[in-house]
Design a protein around this ligand. Structure first.
Ligand code: UDP
Ligand code: MG
Length: 138
C-alpha cells in the first residue's frame, strides 16, 4: 500500500473559498502536504489529465469544468494514502457520500464534487508527476 495520493480542490470549491476548510479537514485526518500549488489548467492539460475518461459521456463537460477556473493541486502523504483519502472524500456523487466526508460537506453536484482523489497507487504517482517535479516535493 502506497504512502502518497494526489488531490485537486476543484474550481467551484476554490471559488467558494472552501480551500482553507478542505485543507484543514485533510490535515486533521493525518495527511502531510508534500507539494501544493494553485494552477489554472488549460483545456488541453485538463483533457490530458482526464484522458482515461475520454470515452465517457461526461468527458467534455468535465474538461470544460476543470479548466474553467483555478484549482489547488497537492500531493498528500499518509499510510495507505489512496484508500484513506477516498474514504475521507466520500463517494463521487455527493448524494451517496457518507455524512462527515468532504464531498458530503462541500460538493455541489455529481460533476462539481469539490475534490479529486487518485484511485490507485499507480495513478497517484502518474498524477503527482503530471503536476509536480521532484524538486517541488518536500
Ligand atoms: N463525473 C461526472 N459525471 C459522472 C461521473 C463523474 O461529471 O457521471 C466527474 C466528477 O467530477 C468526477 C470525475 O468526473 O469526480 C471523475 O470521475 P470518476 O468516476 O473518476 O470519479 P472520482 O474518482 O472523482 O470519484
Ligand atoms: Mg477517479
Amino acid at each position: 500500500m502506497g504512502n502518497i495520493t494526489f488531490t485537486m480542490i476543484k474550481p467551484e470549491a476554490v471559488e467558494a473559498k472552501n480551500t482553507g476548510a478542505i485543507l484543514k479537514r485533510i490535515e486533521i485526518a493525518g495527511f502531510r502536504i508534500v507539494a501544493m500549488k494553485k494552477v489554472h489548467l488549460t483545456a488541453e492539460r485538463a483533457a490530458k489529465f482526464y484522458e482515461v475518461h475520454n470515452e465517457k459521456p461526461f468527458y467534455n463537460e468535465l474538461v470544460e469544468y476543470m479548466s474553467g477556473g483555478p484549482i489547488i493541486a497537492a500531493i498528500l502523504e499518509k499510510d495507505d494514502a489512496v484508500a484513506s483519502f477516498r474514504e475521507l472524500i466520500g463517494a463521487t456523487n455527493p448524494a451517496d457520500a457518507k455524512e462527515g466526508t468532504i464531498r458530503a460537506e462541500f460538493a455541489e453536484s455529481l460533476s462539481k464534487n469539490a475534490v479529486h482523489g487518485s484511485d490507485s497507487d499507480e495513478n497517484a504517482h502518474i498524477e503527482s508527476s503530471f503536476h509536480f517535479s521532484d524538486d517541488e516535493r518536500f
